[in-house]
Design a protein. Sequence first.
Length: 341
Amino acid sequence: MVHPRVTLDSHVDIPWPSRNDFYADSNRAVDIPKLQRGGINAVCFAAYVPQGPRDSAGTQRAGERTLAMLDEIRTMAAMPGMAYVTGVAEIRAASARGDIAVLSAVENGTALGGNPDLIEKFSALGVRYVTLTHNGHNALADSAIPRHDLGDSDIEHDGLSPLGRMMIRRMNDLGIMIDVSHASKRAMMQAAKQSRAPVVATHSCARALCDHPRNLDDEQLKTIRDVGGVIQITLVPGFLRPNATAAEVSVNSVVEHIEYVIDIIGISHVGIGTDFDGGGGVAGCASAAELPALTAALRTRGYREDAIEQIWGGNFLRALEAAEAEAIQVNPCADVSSHNV
């Protein structure tokens, strides 16, 4: 099975604490052998921080964990056949060399650890997107899924907080994409309007096909289109079909969500973000090694190679290029793809 030239998965978690098992076949869904067998040559690894108490100790732990996880991602990318990259030009160069490009991301804005200036360090380390929230509201925005066990009300900020709006401006300045997966609808819509660069939903599905608060409804999809953004369809079973387990859904369910998005907003605004090792995986496609099954399903539905290339990373790279261009416009001397990492 031949994949397109750049095949990018926009959202993969890493086990934490580190198990030091990325280099060989392991029980994780994504490791080097599985990426190679699956033909995936670009992947965004997320430093995921679960929402916890927002007291001083909790926020400090969040910041410390994030930095440690970003260091682990760089260590993973230092292995033979891998390349730590920070921009589209470097992704394409790595692909041309036959290396697997690794981008780092941060999942959950609480990772700032109560220190908004930490976003500058994230940028210097090569972080290319930040997911505004996870499950549970944080200091930046309301979540699609409040954490009542942490004292969340249904709505806290009525979308974005003033700090969240400020952080979006700073991320735009730095060429960091705003990821609206996990954000409440109001926060997502406000972020799309606030951001000067396209927003992305790195691991979500279509709410019309699965009525889950983590998914995007038609109004949200059209907003994604209107700002030049992308929704990356995820392989989390419960986001593909209500209350489904991995055994109850297949790659055909994934393609159904992709095709629905194409019907509503066009093929230029959809991609794939598996959320492997974070809950993603369906029958017949439970790891990176099995992702050719998804490509085969697209071909069976009649998608040509140029369309598959758009879905398998081309649209995401376009959005990332737009974020890079916005940063350069703000600071003409900036080179967001050549950080000292």
